[in-house]
Design a protein around this ligand. Structure first.
Ligand code: 6PG
Length: 224
């Protein structure tokens, strides 16, 4: 059963401000308690301006360790890569050591890339914070409805309905192995998925169930 806390905001800007502040607080706490902050980044458009805000923030960047929740199987420099978006909007502008940025090697193709990233994740242990988005059909990371998901830490996706079809995704259980999980949800087109989620219809986003529950940062118009 997924424990949910909804944080509604009148605008996308306010949502991103709040989420950025909570991410920075989470990082401070983790670094104070464990000397490291392991965060998993979401792809898609919603987090982009949030990442731009984080690029301006003052934080103990060398103690951050970056992972990704899913990736599109494209060359590393392709504009549609989630890692490229995160680098351009944020990571290239702060002093996180390069070896602490663990991009998914999706350029190797779904199977090889997933096998390699599963190895990387074995060494990572529990995440401190996982960021996720929500798709119009209720997908999150690259867990799409109606598909079978393998239970390796990272698995290959060949037929995603959202382009490109070839992707690599962390599994629901690996995404749930985290002290905190934040969903970032914006855009009118998500209305039905949010209604399904709230009425307990089974959508992929509802199976992410860390023991501490999930925090959902959402535009208030989607709750109406
Ligand atoms: C991706 C994703 C995906 C995304 C949602 C929401 O690679 O496409 O990681 O799960 O987070 O589709 O995307 P938007 O924020 O663009 O609506």
């Amino acid at each position: 059963m997924q424990i949910r806390r909804w944080h509604a905001h009148a605008s996308l800007e306010a949502l991103q401000e709040d989420a950025a502040a909570k991410i920075l607080q989470s990082a401070e706490k983790s670094i104070r308690e464990r000397s490291v902050f392991r965060i998993v980044l979401a792809g898609g458009n919603t987090p982009k301006s949030l990442y731009e805000k984080l690029a301006q923030a003052d934080a103990d960047w060398p103690s951050w360790e970056i992972y990704f929740g899913d990736e599109r199987c494209l060359p590393p420099s392709h504009a549609e890569r989630n890692s490229k978006m995160a680098l351009d909007s944020w990571l290239a502008h702060v002093p996180i050591p390069e070896q602490r940025i663990h991009a998914i090697p999706a350029e190797l193709g779904p199977s090889e890339g997933a096998a390699r990233y599963s190895q990387t994740l074995k060494a990572a242990g529990e995440f401190d914070l996982v960021l996720l988005g929500l798709g119009e059909d209720g997908h999150t990371a690259s867990l799409f409805p109606g598909k079978t998901w393998e239970d390796q830490d990272a698995f290959a996706v060949f037929d995603a309905p959202k382009p490109p079809p070839e992707r690599i995704s962390l599994s629901a259980s690996r995404l749930s192995f985290s002290r905190q999980v934040f969903f970032l949800v914006s855009g009118e087109s998500k209305k039905q998925a949010v209604a399904d989620w709230r009425s307990e219809k089974p959508i992929p986003a509802s199976i992410i169930a860390p023991p501490s529950g999930v925090d959902i940062f959402i535009e208030s118009m989607l709750l109406g």
